[in-house]
Structure formats: C-alpha cells, structure tokens
Design a protein around this ligand. Structure first.
Ligand SMILES: Nc1ncnc2c1ncn2[C@@H]1O[C@H](COP(=O)(O)OP(=O)(O)OP(=O)(O)O)[C@@H](O)[C@H]1O
Ligand SMILES: [Mg+2]
Length: 361
C-alpha cells in the first residue's frame, strides 16, 4: 500500500475534533522521544531498536542508504504503521498506540499525496475540514499557510497545473496548517531537480526555524542532511549508528560505515601510510578525507596522478602508488595526469573492528 492510499483511506475517517486551538492533545514542550522502536517485516528486523530524542524546535535528519528502515521508522513515529515494540512520546504523552490523527504530528509524504480534483486551497484546508475547524478560522489558517510557503498566487490552481516544487510546498502547507508539535518529512525533496532541491530545502529550514517546530526529515542525501540539520542520525540495517551535529559527524565518524557514508574518504594503504603520523596495527583501517591530502614536492612519499576530475572551483585528483589510491582536493591549477608528485597527509581516521580509535591531531 502506498502512502497516498493510506492517507486517502484514513483521512476521511478521522474522528471529529473540537476547536484545535484548544487541542486536548497539545503537548507542553513539543519534543519527541523514541525508545526501543522495532518492526519485523517479511521475517526481517527492518527496524531493530531505535532510540532517538529530538528537542523542541530541533531538526534531526534520519540519513541512511536505501532499505535501512528510514521510512518504516518515520511511519511508526507518525502512527501510520503499528510498532512491534518500543515507545513513542510526544511532549509528555505516550502516543505509541494512537492513530496518526490522534498524534500532535503531521507527516509530509515523499509522493506529496495531493488530491488532484481539489484546488491548492482545498488540499491545504482538508485536514482542518476533517477536524471540524470553524470555517472562518480555517480560511484564515489556510491563507497564512499558503503565504508562508509562497503559494498565495496558486490558491485556486489544481495540483496538475503547478510544478513539482510547488506541489511539494502545498504538501508542506497542508502539514503546517495543522500546527503540529512534530513535523515528519519523508524524502521531501527527492522528486525535485538539483536547483529546486536547494531552494525548497532552505525554505523548509526557514519555516521550521521560524515556527520552532520539532522536525524529523528522512533522506538518503548527505548534502541535504549536512546543510539543514541540527543533528543527523545515521541509520544502518535498522539501527542508528551515530547521532551528532553535522560538523562532529564529518570530523569524527564513529564507525567505518558512517565515515564512508558521509563525505568522501580514501583508504590509506601501502606507501601512503608513511605520509601520515600514525602507526596502525595490521588490521586497522586508516581513512583520510581528500581535503587532508596535499600535493607537495617537499615530501619524500611519491605518487603518480592517474585521474583529474573537475568539481567546479576545485579538482579531485586521484593519486596512485604501488596499487594504492588516494584522493586529494586541489584548488587552482591541477597537475596533469602522469605527473609524479610528493604527498603529505594531515588528519586521518583510524578504525579498529569498524570503530573509531584515533583521529590524528
Ligand atoms: N511490507 C513489507 N514487507 C516486507 N518487507 C518490507 C515491507 N516494507 C518494507 N520492507 C523492507 O524493509 C526494509 C526497509 O524499508 P524502508 O522503506 O523503511 O527503507 P528506507 O530506508 O526508507 O529506504 P529508501 O531510502 O529506499 O526509501 C526494506 O528492505 C524493505 O524492502
Ligand atoms: Mg524510504
């Protein structure tokens, strides 16, 4: 079943609510807590014990490769999928057994799930209608939400008559209009082109900060996660491997998996080890970021330039020595393929049994 059908099936059956301005389920501090969340699907532990705290007004990204359990986790947090174990708390309320309409959260689905026969205004107003918000108040809130996402001029358009980025913003407005304590977004930018991704991404962050909404964004795009998040939770096989602020995650990836998933790394091997300040054990993995590799004639460690990839204002230079390869970022004039050069290596990351044991310097 797709998210769209789940939503379409559930929404019309929402129970009547009284004026949401005095919602009985309003949470005092608006934070989100997840403890021991689990789900088994097709005989596999797809979500294998997730613990997560998101403070009020904080934006946390769930980042991980395809199939690691991100969507399943978010659906359980939103209440669209029952958990096999664990507890979800929003504010000081245990919402674990409540349906989505009873949680102080709103979810934006990857595929937007807009109703094609309704106008933009009607789409955004829908959750308020099903909750019996008085018409005048609903009209005002829809107007505010559309203004917030910059779509006032498309209020009367049908979803088919607006662009993908605009549809995405309608879906966002439809979530925001509910004034949720917790905003949950599943790959909200995945259907947009590169330029639009950046502008909608910045827009989501701006709105989220302005309204101070506790937010979880699911993504498999590390650039997206690094640029909008207060903290990033890196998922792998149904578990969170590390949760940290973007800069910390980049500088000190706790496991080899996180290091290879965030940013670019090379394995330092063979002759290149002599260019570092570490003396690793035989089975340690030594990794280096390309910006820590410098080409200098002053180094006795020699390598050959085998590839040069233009990246815009810098080039990624691939170096080889005795079968080992290393990547360096070079600004200015890149050396030609075939050139021999000296290599110096700055900070490295040393992993033993997959776990960080040393970050040099
Ligand atoms: N109903 C189901 N029955 C069996 N397996 C399922 C079911 N739903 C999901 N899975 C499996 O659970 C795993 C996690 O799925 P999930 O959709 O949470 O991944 P994801 O991290 O969101 O991936 P993506 O980045 O591709 O969206 C996948 O291997 C998927 O095939
Ligand atoms: Mg997914």
């Amino acid at each position: 079943m797709t998210d769209a059908t789940i939503l379409a099936e559930r929404e019309p059956r929402l129970p009547a609510r009284t004026d949401p301005a005095v919602r009985p389920d309003a949470t005092p501090d608006g934070g989100l807590t997840v403890r021991g969340l689990r789900k088994t699907l097709g005989g596999r532990d797809v979500v294998a014990g997730i613990d997560l705290d998101v403070a009020k007004g904080e934006l946390v990204s769930l980042l991980g490769p395809s199939g690691c359990g991100k969507t399943t986790t978010l659906r359980m947090v939103a209440g669209f999928l029952p958990a096999d174990g664990g507890v979800v708390t929003m504010g000081d309320r245990d919402v674990t057994t409540l349906g989505p309409e009873r949680r102080p959260s709103a979810m934006v689905f990857q595929n937007y799930a807009l109703w094609p026969h309704m106008t933009v205004t009607q789409n955004v107003a829908f959750p308020l209608r099903t909750r019996r918000v008085p018409r005048q108040q609903a009209t005002e809130r829809v107007r505010e939400a559309l203004e917030l996402v910059g779509l006032t001029h498309h209020a009367g358009s049908k979803p088919t008559a607006i662009s993908g980025g605009e549809q995405q913003r309608v879906a966002l407005a439809r979530a925001i209009v509910q004034e949720p304590d917790v905003l949950l977004l599943d790959e909200p930018l995945s259907n947009l082109d590169a330029k639009l991704r950046v502008s909608v991404r910045d827009e989501i962050r701006r709105i989220q900060q302005r309204l101070g909404i506790t937010t979880v964004i699911v993504t498999h795009d590390q650039d997206e996660a690094l640029s909008v998040s207060d903290r990033i939770a890196v998922m792998h096989d149904g578990r969170i491997e590390q949760i940290a602020a973007p800069a910390e995650l980049y500088a000190r990836p706790a496991t080899g998996f996180v290091a290879s998933f965030i940013g670019s790394t090379s394995v330092v091997a063979g002759r290149f080890l002599a260019a570092t300040s570490v003396v690793p054990r035989a089975d340690d993995a030594v990794l280096v970021r390309p910006e820590q590799v410098t080409l200098t004639d002053g180094s006795p460690v020699r390598a050959t330039v085998v590839r040069v990839l233009m990246r815009g204002h810098f080039a990624e230079v691939v170096l080889a020595a005795d079968g080992a390869e290393l990547r360096a970022f070079v600004t200015g004039v890149a050396p030609a393929v075939g050139t021999e050069t000296g290599v110096r290596i700055g900070d490295v990351l040393v992993y033993r049994d997959g776990v960080l044991v040393e970050a040099a310097r």
